[in-house]
Design a protein around this ligand. Sequence first.
Ligand code: ZN
Length: 325
Amino acid sequence: MTTNAFPDEAHRITWPDNFKAAASFTFDVDAESCTIAHDPTSTRRMSLMSHQSYGPRVAVPRLLEILKRQEIQGTFFIPGFTAESYPDVVRRIVDGGHEVAHHGYLHEPMQGIDAATEASYLDRGLEALANVAGVRPVGYRAPWWELNWHSPALLADRGFLYDSSLLDGDAPYRMAVAQRDSRDIDSRDIDSQDIVEIPVDWALDDWEQYAFYPGVTGSGVIESPAKVLEMWTLEAEAHHAQGSCFVLTNHPFISGRPSKAVALEQLIARVKAMEGMWVTTLERIAEHTKATVNEIHSHARIEIPSYPGAGASFEPAALREAALI
Ligand SMILES: [Zn+2]
C-alpha cells in the first residue's frame, strides 16, 4: 500500500473491505430549475430552456449507459421540480440501481433564507421525489452548495443521513447539528443528533470547466475535455494516494454532451483501475462513516468581533476591478 504524506488529519477514516480510498460520481440534475429559480422570466427564453432540458432529455440516458457499461452506481441529486417535469427520467435512474438524493425543490437560492422557508423547500422536494418515484432520499446537497448554519438541524429532523455541500475536508466526517455560536462554544451542550458530511470541491465540479451560456453563466471559456480529464485524474490520484474521498459533481446538461461524456467515461475507467479504490454511492460512504467514525465535529458559527470601523462596507468585486485598472 502506498502512503502519501498528506492525509486529511482532521477527518481520519478507514475504509471497508481493505479499500484504501473512496470515489463517488455524482450528478446534479438541475435542468431548468437552476435558471428559473434565479430568474422566473427565463422560461420565456426557448433556447435557454432547451439548453437546460438537454440534461434530462439527452444526457441522462447517455450517462446511465456509461454507468451501466462501467458497472458502477452513481448518486443523482434531483430538484423536486425536475422530478415532476421528467418523472420517467427519475424512474429510469432508480431502475438503474442508482441513488436519488435531494437537491431543493426549485434549486432555490439559499443565501440568507430563514429556517422556516428552507424547511418548506425541503419538505416540498421530499414530497415530489416520493410522488414521482416513491423515493425517500437519505442524502442532500444544497443548491449551489450553499448550506446555512441552521440547515444541518433541519436535515437531521427529517431523517437525512448525510449532506454533501461543505468544502472543509478531503474525507467524510460526522457533524453535530446543534446551532451554536463561537460565544458559547464551551458552555452549551452539544445536540445529540449528527449527520454525515461528505465534502465537495469546486475543482471537482464540471460547472467551472464547461458551463457557458451568454448572459447567464460561465467564464467565457469552455475547456477542453482533455485538460479536464487530466486535472480530474490528478485529483483522483491524490485522493487515492492519501486515502481520502474523491467526489466529482457533474451536471448532465454540461457533462452529458458528447466529448465530455467520453472524457467522463475515461475518467471512471481510470478511477476504477486504481488499486483499492472503493467506487460507490454517497449513501454507502455515509453509512460507512456513520458506522465507523466516532468523532463528531462541531461547526462554530463565526461572529465578527466589535472593532473600530466595523460595519464599513467591503466590496470585493469593486476592489478587484480597481486592482485591474
Ligand atoms: Zn444544482
